[in-house]
Every structure is written in C-alpha cells, then in structure tokens.
Design a protein around this ligand. Structure first.
Ligand SMILES: [Fe+2]
Length: 233
C-alpha cells in the first residue's frame, strides 16, 4: 500500500466547518489511515481581515488539537498543522502571517474566491515570495478560471493542490491530464470535512489514478509532497 501524504484536511474537532466533534475527527482519521494516509495536515479555514486574526486563528486551532491529541493512536496518520488562508485581500498588510505556514515549511496554503481570477492575486503572491513565503494553491481544480490563474502565477514560487475528488468524480478533466504531464508541481489531497459527503477519498482516487496513469500516480499522492515540503510519510 502506498504511504500517502494528505496536506489539506479539516480534521480538527469543532474548529471550522470540518469535523463537528471529537468522535467525527477520530472516525475521519482512522478511515484516512486505512486508506494509506500516514501524514495528515490539519488545515482549518482562516481569514485574515484584522491585526488580531492570526492570533485568534492559532488559538482556536491549538484548542482543537489539544482536544484531539490524547486520542491519537498508531492507527491514525501523524498530524501536522497548517491553515487554508482565504485570499480576498492583501494579507501582506498583516503581521505574523508566516505563522500560518504548513508546519516546518515556508509554504502557506491559499484559497481564492472561486468565480473570477483577480489580477491582484499575482501581485500579492509576488510580495509573499519576496518575504520568503512560498504558496500552495488549495484545490486548484475548483476555480472557474484555473488556467488563467496558472498563467498569471507563472514565474512565482507557487505549487498546486488538487482535490482527490477530481480523480473519483471527473476523471476525464483537462486538469487531470495537464497535471499528470507536469506532475512535479502538484499534490493530491483529500480536503476532507466529515465522514459523510466530504470524507477521505485518497485511497479510491489513488486506485483510479494508478489504473489510468501507472507509477506517475505515486508522484501526486506521495512523492511530490515529500520532495516539495520535505515531509516523509
Ligand atoms: Fe479546504
């Protein structure tokens, strides 16, 4: 079984619209481990709109982890911490945003408004890069203008995350073909929110990808994440 890394999940109890309580967190993580996930990043939603936003978010996230910690077992993935930061304004205006990076990396995961690409995003990312922060674009498959975004972000220090559901639900998508060709910049993650309609589907997605693309699938579900972020499964 491939040891997978899942860099996008809402598995902490009661922090955002993900796991509603401790028992759901435990069920999500146990299921994810059974599918082969060995490292899971807890990346709750975060909005930075005022100077206190980062502190408030980190306190809330820490409380979620505190609740979960005593219940983590060897049959669950190792948890690392991160955030899914909504980029609807220039977060460079705020102090401490580097504390939102994925644990032990200089990558900050950004989520964007879904319907229309904004030319200012590239400027804001350029500024983040200048400060030494690299960007992981959350679920690039969900944006209406993903091709335009990728063109705008060319030359910037940006990597892309694709939701596993893209493989289980929309196999023939142009994006899947494109990312298999340029596999080194992409990672696949679950973006799991609960045990029902947005549960972990990494195992099923990997099986489908493996069938269609062979060993290249291992890059997307494990090797790229290790290489880019220095995290071992
Ligand atoms: Fe998410």
């Amino acid at each position: 079984m491939l040891k997978m890394l899942d860099l996008h999940s809402h598995c902490l109890p009661g922090v955002d619209d993900g796991a509603k309580d401790l028992s759901e967190s435990i069920a999500m993580l146990s299921d994810s481990f059974k599918q082969g996930v060995r490292v899971c990043a807890a990346t709750p939603h975060c909005r930075v709109h005022r100077p206190s936003s980062v502190d408030t978010f980190l306190e809330k996230r820490a409380k979620g982890l505190e609740k979960l910690k005593p219940h983590l077992t060897d049959e669950m993935p190792k948890i690392i911490l991160g955030a899914e930061v909504y980029l609807d304004n220039d977060i460079n205006n705020y102090q401490g945003i580097e504390r939102l990076c994925l644990e032990n990396t200089d990558y900050i995961m950004l989520e964007f408004p879904i319907d229309k690409a904004d030319p200012r995003w590239a400027e804001w990312i350029y500024e983040l890069n200048r400060k030494g922060l690299k960007v992981l674009v959350a679920h690039v498959d969900r944006y209406m203008e993903w091709e335009k975004m990728m063109a705008d972000f060319k030359g910037l220090d940006v990597k892309y995350q694709v939701n596993a559901s893209r493989f289980t639900e929309f196999m023939a998508g142009r994006l899947v073909k494109a990312l298999m060709e340029y596999g080194h910049d992409y990672v696949v993650s679950s973006d799991m929110h609960n045990t029902k309609f947005r549960s972990c589907n990494m195992g099923k997605a990997y099986e489908k990808a493996k069938k269609k693309f062979g060993d290249k699938a291992d890059l997307l579900f494990s090797e790229n994440a290790s290489k880019i972020f220095g995290i071992q499964p």
